[in-house]
Design a protein around this ligand. Structure first.
Ligand code: SF4
Length: 435
């Protein structure tokens, strides 16, 4: 049976003539596959010609991924909302004794893992608050228990701020970086498979001081991911924008991430004996310059370097947070920010339109404007609720596939490391696995 899919609204071979002449140089650089500068990024935010910004992001996305859009079958566990901190943008956290405060027992986590495995999920995504009294053993037991009952499930768990918290409560290592390495090693031994990208917010001291002062700063966030990459874990990254941040600060955030990824990919390539790697590792350019197949292999295949797989721009939701008086970003601002992320973060393989926070309709639209991944089926998500949504936020595989096809793309299921999955019902295996 031939699978029909609609023509996408924006085609990579039809870059419009910009109505804003200031964009002409950026169009040339994107067509050449040359890195965009900070000034370019600021202009992409400043211009009223959002159509050209999105068309360029779509061109880059198609150059890298063609008509493929990735999705996965996953489950989220937010193991506790009790948190020692009180970030002002966060409506998720509670203090001990507050109405709605909760924590999962290991038995509850075991049940969730079994349910996820029986439903055919390939991934558990686990994050929570910085719980003041749960011991380090709780976290290693959680991972070991999941591994025992559902060994095929990939565990993507703990944002960088949680890792720093675990480092403190486990009293691992007196030297900060070494302590991070040691705690990560313990977690890997217990079953950790990769790190999610949360907690990055916007890398800027002014924003940090204003809305999440007690949380780790960008240097610590980056160090946790650097340590994870050195230990062979892949990770994702995010940008929570649209609160007190300014657009220039978002560009700074992207530049910082891009610089760290440059170092990681260049060091890995040189270690592999690939010595012709340019200073700027531009994956979004001509495939001949730094082809995608020269990224560290998913699953690492004996190689021991991880990297940032995906940028996930996350719009701020004011509801029930201390910043409830702020309006939050508009849909157009979300679309523009995602497109700019695709254009500026030229060394990130993937851009995700996280449907839970963008809504499925908007995520579908974003696939035509820079995103190549729509995330997964989810089920329970406590962190942010789009207005009117409940904690139970689930979509079916059929709905995800339909949304992708309607946007003009071919849905492909992936595992956490972007390896293609073959599936019959809840039974699955990697497409690369031996037949
Ligand atoms: S954002 Fe994270 S660290 Fe900050 S209050 Fe919420 S749960 Fe705690």
């Amino acid at each position: 049976m031939t699978m029909l899919h609609r023509e996408p609204a924006v085609r990579s071979d039809r870059i419009p003539t910009p109505t804003d002449q200031r964009l002409a140089g950026i169009v040339d650089r994107v067509l050449e596959g040359t890195r965009l500068s900070r000034e370019d990024g600021l202009l992409l935010y400043d211009t009223e010609d959002v159509h050209t910004v999105c068309a360029l992001a779509d061109l880059v996305r198609r150059r890298m991924h063609g008509d493929i859009t990735w999705f996965n079958i996953n489950r989220h566990i937010n193991y506790s909302n009790i948190c020692a901190l009180s970030c002002s943008f966060c409506a998720f956290h509670r203090k001990r004794g507050d109405e709605g405060a909760y924590e999962y027992s290991i038995d509850q986590i075991r049940e969730e893992a079994i349910k996820a495995s029986e439903a055919g999920a390939t991934e558990l995504h686990i994050v929570g608050g910085l719980h003041p009294w749960l011991p380090f053993d709780y976290y290693t037991s959680m991972l070991q228990t999941i591994n025992e009952v559902a060994p095929k499930l990939h565990i993507k768990a703990f944002t960088a701020v949680e890792i720093v918290h675990l480092q403190k409560i486990s009293k691992r290592g007196r030297l900060k970086y070494q302590g991070t390495v040691e705690v990560l090693k313990d977690l890997i031994d217990a079953g950790l498979g990769s790190l999610p990208g949360g907690g990055a917010e916007v890398f800027d001291d002014r924003v940090h001081n204003e809305v999440f002062k007690t949380k780790i700063r960008s240097d610590e966030w980056l160090d946790v991911h650097k340590a994870a990459h050195e230990l062979g874990l892949n990770s994702n990254t995010t940008m929570l924008y649209g609160h007190v941040d300014q657009r220039a600060e978002r560009i700074t955030h992207m530049e910082i991430l891009r610089k760290q990824q440059d170092h990681t990919l260049r060091d890995w390539a040189v270690a592999q004996g690939i010595n012709d790697v340019p200073g700027d590792v531009v994956l979004t350019g001509d495939a001949g310059k730094y082809p995608m197949n020269r990224l560290p292999a998913p699953g690492h295949d004996g190689l021991d370097t991880g990297y940032f797989q995906t940028i996930i721009p996350l719009p701020f939701f004011p509801d029930k947070s201390v910043l409830e008086h702020l309006p939050g970003p508009s849909g157009l601002e979300n679309l523009r920010t995602l497109a700019i992320s695709r254009l500026m973060l030229d060394n990130m393989p993937h851009v995700k339109a996280f449907w839970i926070m963008q809504t499925l309709d908007m995520a579908q639209f974003m696939l035509q404007n820079g995103a190549d991944d729509i995330d997964g089926t989810v089920v329970w998500y406590d962190i942010t609720h789009v207005e009117g949504a409940s904690t139970h936020q689930e979509t079916t595989v059929g709905d995800l596939q339909r949304a992708i096809r309607e946007a003009g793309f071919i849905p492909k299921e992936r595992d956490t490391l972007y390896r293609e999955v073959e599936r019959t019902g809840s039974e699955w295996k990697l497409a690369s696995a031996e037949k």
